[in-house]
Design a protein around this ligand. Structure first.
Ligand code: NDP
Ligand code: 2IT
Length: 449
């Protein structure tokens, strides 16, 4: 229950309009709880209906995606693009291909993306899209035909100044390549800035592949330094997932002196007390799209366990959830706290349920929320757009240095906002407030649209 009658009314309407969209309700409620702290200083939010406009996507597009599998059978998936908020820049956000994709998930992701993108300090609005297509077990040809069909509908809704998709779960370099190829073919021009996460040969940015995981570690390092006088050096780390974000979080945490002892996929997790051999994980996951279980067969001293959620029972100093939403509930959070976790920073979007966040905060565990901690991916996407506009490429070191600066600023902006609004150390509230301030201002400036 929110204390503000205005915000409670907005929340009730969100739930009443779409009663089944549980993930979206969860994301909205957390943000409204933070905005409550800002309302006394911002009467215009209620006067101008800013918050009720903010929780309603500008546009939700849903479309049919027919394609033909390798056996010659016709398959039909559903594609979406949620164009949530363009007050501070073109819609920007990834595409997720996963069988669980539905409007609730894409609306929560698009909603989070608005604030995340604002926190980067770069001029990008919020959006998200995807499909219930499952790339797992599909041939390259099937993935290509699916991507071509998906883009044949999506192309009319996107553009470098309109909406700029990128990757997310199930969408990496291969898929972006096929999507870009089809866009270029339909449009008949080479509009590099229409997608990010592109290959280096056709307009991609150095360090975009690494950016979310590296950025997560830069954020976490700064949080540890400022709030506890600590660092990654010598710490034991558990990372869930073994995809793009998890792999490069593991790489950076290790280079900062930590020992990563566990990673997972949706089947189970591996525990390697000697420290994860990332070359082995990359070979399994990036080169062959294999299963994490194979790691235990290749590296002696490591073990494989079913049920990926049990990864949080492994004792660690720092936990980096990098798989998917709601992977940490009350039980997992309690297990982490009992084992003495010092910091949790979210690489995935909304991996911690609200009750888990409460448990961390009550126990004094440092908590870096997703929209701040994982913003390095989209920030580097915006740097990719910038390079595309300039028709120029920065070196890896140049992009990486900008990424580090951005993550450090995001930490401090969130930290300072929490202090300013009377909840020192609460980076959940701080990130929501710091992210919203700019979007709210722009919405006020643009009038009732
Ligand atoms: P990938 O597809 O590269 O990897 C996803 C990983 O998470 C895989 O190990 C996958 O296991 C696991 N996973 C996915 N869904 C589930 C599920 N329902 N239950 C258990 N495990 C699951 O995706 P990314 O690494 O790109 O994305 C991971 C998270 O990070 C997502 O929450 C995404 O939204 C977020 N994120 C991504 C950014 C990016 O730039 N890519 C930027 C910011 C956030 P399996 O292979 O078995 O499916
Ligand atoms: O959740 C995210 O921030 C992403 N999947 C990255 C989006 C992007 O546009 O780079």
């Amino acid at each position: 229950m929110l204390n503000s009658e205005y915000l409670q009314r907005v929340y009730t309407q969100v739930v009443t309009r779409d009663p089944d969209q549980k993930e979206f309700h969860q994301a909205v409620l957390e943000v409204l709880e933070s905005l409550e702290l800002m309302l006394p200083q911002h009467p215009e939010y209620e006067e101008l209906g800013i918050v009720e406009r903010f929780v309603e996507p500008e546009r939700v597009i849903s479309f049919r995606v027919p394609w033909v599998d390798d056996q010659g059978h016709v398959r039909v998936n559903r594609g979406y693009r949620v164009q949530f908020n363009s007050a501070i820049g073109p819609y920007k956000g990834g595409l997720r291909f996963h069988p669980t994709v539905n409007q609730s998930i894409l609306k929560f992701l698009g909603f989070e993306q608005i604030l995340k993108n604002s926190l980067t300090g770069l001029p990008i609005g919020g959006g998200k899209g995807g499909s219930d297509f499952d790339p797992k077990g599909k041939s390259d040809g099937e993935v290509m035909r699916f991507c071509q069909s998906f883009m044949t509908e999506l192309y009319r809704h996107i553009g470098q100044f309109v909406d700029v998709p990128a990757g997310d779960i199930g969408v990496g370099g291969r898929e972006i390549g096929y999507l870009f190829g089809q866009y270029r073919r339909i449009r008949g021009d080479h509009e590099a800035g229409v997608l990010t996460g592109k290959g280096l040969s056709y307009g991609g940015s150095l360090a975009r592949t690494e950016a979310t995981g590296y950025g997560l570690c830069y954020f976490t390092e700064e949080m540890l330094r400022c709030m506890k006088g600590e660092s990654f050096d010598g710490k034991t780390v558990v990372i869930s997932g073994s995809g793009n974000v998890a792999i490069f979080a593991c790489e950076k945490a290790t280079s900062l002196g930590a020992k990563v002892v566990a990673m997972s996929d949706s089947d189970g997790y591996i525990h390697d007390p000697n420290g994860i051999r990332l070359d082995v994980v990359k070979e399994i996951k990036l080169s062959r799209r294999g299963r994490i279980q194979e790691y235990a067969d290749k590296v002696s001293g490591s073990t494989y366990h079913e049920n990926f959620r049990d990864i949080w029972t492994i004792p660690c100093d720092i936990a980096l959830p990098c798989a998917t939403q709601n992977e940490i509930g009350a039980d997992e959070a309690s297990a982490l706290v009992k084992n003495g976790v010092m910091a949790v920073a979210e690489g995935a979007n909304m991996p911690s349920r609200p009750e888990a966040i409460q448990i961390f905060q009550d126990a004094g565990v440092l908590f870096g929320p997703a929209k701040a901690a994982n913003a390095g991916g989209v920030a580097t996407s915006a740097l990719e757009m910038c390079q595309n506009s300039m028709r120029y490429s920065w070196t890896f070191e140049e992009v990486d240095a900008k990424l580090k600066d951005i993550m450090t600023s995001i930490f401090h902006n969130s930290y300072n906002a929490a202090e300013k609004y009377g909840v020192p150390g609460n980076l959940v509230a701080g990130a929501n407030i710091a992210g919203f301030a700019k979007v709210g201002d722009a919405m006020v400036a643009h009038g009732i649209i």
